[in-house]
Design a protein around this ligand. Structure first.
Ligand SMILES: Cc1cc2nc3c(=O)[nH]c(=O)nc-3n(C[C@H](O)[C@H](O)[C@H](O)COP(=O)(O)OP(=O)(O)OC[C@H]3O[C@@H](n4cnc5c(N)ncnc54)[C@H](O)[C@@H]3O)c2cc1C
Length: 363
């Protein structure tokens, strides 16, 4: 198993079966609710939706874990966790947890897991989640399957079957952590569907205490420089996405993609080769090693639809492929195919829509 597949694997030199071998002592599905600077990352709700299915299948409770200062945002995150499907929420309110730092978050989450013994622990594969998941799995000496695309319960072993791409995305492998607990997995934003929010739903709030002292934390936050794009619509969460690939021929032609996206009030992205060539910024790459998207409408122009691209877009409601090759792989999963030259079709489509919508878009 490659290091990419498992961020942390139990050491062969010092094997430690979960709870001295008693796997039955570990019960319940937990989702780490990622709260940062007063905002919960939506991947947390997606994971609660997926966790709900796993917990129902196992016949165990679903819990969220919320960590933050004792403020309204932390309280709101707990309430929202119930509304997105949690039966219980374990909350640690401590000023030391006001901003994410690996050390205190790892200590708090590790202690909560050891105290409550959930059999499954899910985190978002965000920058924060990847960091925390690796640190917690290493500390607990359990298995972690990163960037899963599917989670289900194996009825024979009652274990988590965590599926992820491997060998460059050409194969899918399913990983089970049979002898260690908790079974940990991370999932990227938008891979799982957003569950329906029930505003009336509530649950059991468990106030947890962890002995944290600021003096014990060697990492200090001196200042915070916000991401200039932080408040912009995020590509992964856009309702309409238009993307271009190598079939557009040259970087200047990417303007056609941006214009159509703007007219439709959506966002734009590209395939890996065009991101690598700098036609779009790296954070706009769509696919297995880029962003996963689930828009209502995805328009792919000059993109072949290789498997590594497909896995990032197949959750879209409607996929329109514009491609000169009727046998391109994208035709296997596109809802509508427009066969022809994207350099002619994109401007024609933009013009027709512009007339229809009666709007002008600055070129
Ligand atoms: C480990 C690994 C990870 C990867 N991760 C990603 C990823 O995250 N995202 C990703 O996209 N790829 C990824 N790839 C690369 C992937 O395998 C493909 O190589 C890539 O998606 C192809 O990009 P493309 O469709 O833009 O280019 P091409 O494969 O070159 O396809 C261009 C398409 O444009 C069509 N075309 C040509 N001219 C025109 C025209 N004038 N009008 C209309 N259509 C035209 C062609 O028929 C063709 O279908 C990864 C590969 C590996 C090995």
């Amino acid at each position: 198993m490659s290091g990419d597949d498992q961020a942390a694997a139990p050491s062969a030199a010092a094997p430690r079966r979960a709870d001295g071998g008693d796997l039955g002592a570990w019960r319940g599905v937990w989702v780490f609710v990622e709260l940062e600077r007063g905002r919960v990352h939506p991947v947390s709700w997606e994971l609660l939706g997926e966790g709900r299915k796993l917990a129902d299948h196992l016949g165990v409770p679903l819990s969220g874990v919320v960590m933050g200062p004792d403020d309204p945002a932390t309280a709101q995150a707990c309430a929202e966790a119930f509304r997105h499907g949690a039966d219980a929420v374990h909350v640690v309110r401590d000023a030391v947890l006001a901003h994410y730092r690996t050390d205190p978050y790892t200590r708090a989450l590790t202690e909560l897991v050891e105290r409550n013994k959930p059999e499954i622990l899910l985190l978002g594969a965000t920058t924060l989640g990847r960091d925390l998941a690796g640190a917690v799995a290493t500390t607990l000496r359990t298995g972690l399957t990163a960037d899963c695309t599917e989670l289900r319960i194996d009825d024979e072993t009652r274990s988590l079957a965590a599926t992820r791409p491997t060998f460059g995305g050409t194969l899918l492998c399913t990983i089970h952590t049979l002898e260690y607990r908790p079974q940990m997995a991370t999932v990227r934003p938008r891979v799982m569907a957003m569950p329906k929010r029930d505003p009336q739903r509530t649950g059991r709030l468990v106030e947890e205490r962890v002995a944290l002292a600021e003096d014990d934390v060697i990492t200090k936050i001196l200042s915070y420089i916000p991401d200039a794009d932080a408040d912009k619509a995020q590509l992964a969460y856009a309702d309409v996405v238009v993307a271009g690939g190598r079939g557009l021929g040259k970087p200047e032609n990417f303007r056609l993609v941006r214009e159509l996206a703007e007219l439709l009030g959506g966002d734009y992205g590209g395939s890996r080769p065009v991101a690598q060539a700098g036609w779009v910024s790296a954070d706009r790459q769509i696919g297995q090693t880029g962003k996963t998207i689930r828009p209502k409408l995805y328009i792919a122009a000059g993109i072949s639809g290789a498997i590594q691209h497909r896995v990032g877009v197949e959750g879209s409601d409607v996929i329109v492929a514009i491609n000169s090759d009727p046998n391109a792989p994208i035709m296997d999963f596109a809802t509508y195919a427009v066969i022809g030259d994207a350099l002619q079709i994109l401007p024609a489509l933009t013009e027709a829509l512009r007339e229809r919508l009666g709007r002008r878009v600055a070129a």
